[in-house]
Structure formats: structure tokens, C-alpha cells
Design a protein around this ligand. Sequence first.
Ligand SMILES: Cc1ncc(C[n+]2csc(CCOP(=O)(O)OP(=O)(O)O)c2C)c(N)n1
Ligand SMILES: [Mg+2]
Length: 347
Amino acid sequence: MKKQLEDLSDPTKFQDSIIIDGMDASLLKQMLKSMILIRKTEQRLALGRKNRLIGGPVHLGAGQEAIAVGISQSLQRTDRVFGAHRSHSHLLALNPDFYKLFAEVLGKSTGFSKGMGGSMHLYDQPNGFYGSVPIVAGTVSLAVGAAMAAKLQGTDDVGVAYIGDGAVEEGVVHESFNLAKIQEAPMLFVIENNLFASHMHISLRQPNDMISRFAVANEIPHKLVDGNDVVAVFNAAREQIADMRTGKGPRLLELVTYRWYGHVDWRDDVDVGVERSLDDIENWKARDPIARLSASMLSAGMWSEAEELAFNKGLDMDIAEAWEQAMQDPYPKGSATLDYVYSPILL
Ligand SMILES: Cc1ncc(C[n+]2csc(CCOP(=O)(O)OP(=O)(O)O)c2C)c(N)n1
Ligand SMILES: [Mg+2]
């Protein structure tokens, strides 16, 4: 395999603090807190799955939080964001309501999709999250349609699709790149290149590890960034989204990252492929997007250990309370399937 990602895919690199010069302190705090909230929410989900309290599978994105958090700072509520099977972070970066996520994953009527969807069918349109589905690449063309609609409606809204390196192996993604370009749709293709699709490393699936080559093929301007550096993600996305809002057409952002857990559920030592060693996982944990931002802010005097301790403590309590509440919440009534899933109209 041709290795065009070079250092970005080497887990022993980029483990230090990140560059935050010129960044607004309150924005950095907001991004740090958002990443911690997503991490802790997913850790609670991991525990719920381990204890068999959650019935369906959960795909956790611990280690990848900087991507959704960095991008979402430049989004507005009327934008149209689409995810897939690993989308807790995509939703929580827009709406940090972990209680509604817990309720959804537990199948309760108070959840984001009224308990009818679970972890892989999330929906929060009022906050810009148009939906996620388990079908890999299943939402990408829908996102392009939503972006085209935003343009036709004369708004400055944009479409966003989070796409894995594995999803790019679905033909519809390439049709979507082409259509977005030919229509100059305000569409941001976010490639979360975590080097794996289920248990298979990218070297076993593709001749080249850099997904941005497909942007070149479709003449879509693109950027390739360290996905574990939230400031780098923020800056790249801000520039691209500003261009899209002023009618400059689609953009592609490739973020190189890694997931800490295995493909599905709470263990990191199952479904590992030949290339995923426990050493790699430890090295990638040292490239933790949260620890790197926290270290930079601590040394710049923008954040203190006491502040971090107090924030973590308060959040742990809120998460524990939300989990207990969601556990006690009711399941949907049987009639909910006709109200929200199947049409009650018999043709
Ligand atoms: C159309 C389709 N094919 C296969 C699967 C099984 N599947 C679920 S996730 C996944 C891997 C996806 O990899 P990637 O897009 O890189 O996302 P990641 O899991 O790394 O976040 C596969 C093959 C599926 N859900 N849908
Ligand atoms: Mg992947």
C-alpha cells in the first residue's frame, strides 16, 4: 500500500500538546468540555453494555472526539448533519443531552428517536442532526440532497456527512462526490480516517491510505489534518465552511484518527485485525485529543487542574443521575411502531 498519510498515521508521532496560539480561551474551554462530555458519555455506555443493561450493540468513538467537536463550532442549527453507525459524538457535539442518548440506547420513549432507534438511529433535527443509520454510507447521498435543497432554498446552510475510511468503499460515496461537485452544493464531506473498517486495516482494503485522493479526482478542494488536534480540525473546518456558505461549492476534510475500543462494544482486544496491535492502541492513547488540548491550556494558564477536577466531578454526577433516570423511564407503547416506524395506512 502506498502510504501518503506518512506521520499522521504513525501513532508514536504527535503525542505532545497542540498549538493554541491566538485562540480564544472561552472557545478552547468549550471544545475541551465538549470532548470530555462525549468521552465520559461513551464510557458510561461501554459500562452499560458490559453489564448487559443495553440490549443492542454500541459503536464507540473514544479517541475520535476532536473531529465532531472541532467541526461543530462552525455549524448553525439550520445546517444538515448526517452520521452513520458511530455517531454519538456527531450528535453530542451539536446537542450535549446525554440523558436523551442514554434513554435512546436503552430503548426508552424519552430518547432522541423515542426509543425506536437505539444507538445507530439517532435523530435530532431541531439541532441540525438529520439522522444516522447503520447502513455504511447510507446517508451520504441524502446529505448531498439536503445540501442541494439548502442552496435551492436560498439559505446559507450547509450539508455535512461523516464518512469512515471504510464507507468510501461504497459506490454511492463516489456518486455523491461527483454530484455535489457538479451542482456546486454546499456540502462538507468529513472523512474520519481511523485506518480500520471493522477488523480490517486500510492496507488490506485500499492501494493508498489517503482518502483525499478522491477529492482530487472530483476537483473538490480538500484538507488533510491530524484528527486528534481539535484546534487544527476547528481551523480547517471553519475556513471550509465559510467558503461553502458563500457559494464556493463542496469541500472535503480528511481527519486521521483512531478508535480506542474495538469495532463494536466495550472491549479493545476483540475483532482486532492483523495490523492492530495492543502497542498501537497504547500509542494512540498517548495521542489523546483531550489530554493534548488540556496540556496546552494548562501551560498557557487558560485552564487549571482544580477547574478540570471540578468539571469532571460535576459531570460524573450529572451522568450518573441521567443514567439512573433513563433506566427508570418507560418503554414506548406498542402503538408507537405505527405512530413512528410503520405507516398505519393500508394501501
Ligand atoms: C452496507 C453495509 N455494509 C457492511 C456493513 C457492516 N459494517 C458495519 S460498520 C463497518 C465498517 C465501517 O468502517 P468505517 O466506514 O471506516 O467506519 P468506522 O467503523 O471505522 O467508524 C462495516 C463493514 C454495514 N453496516 N453496511
Ligand atoms: Mg474506519
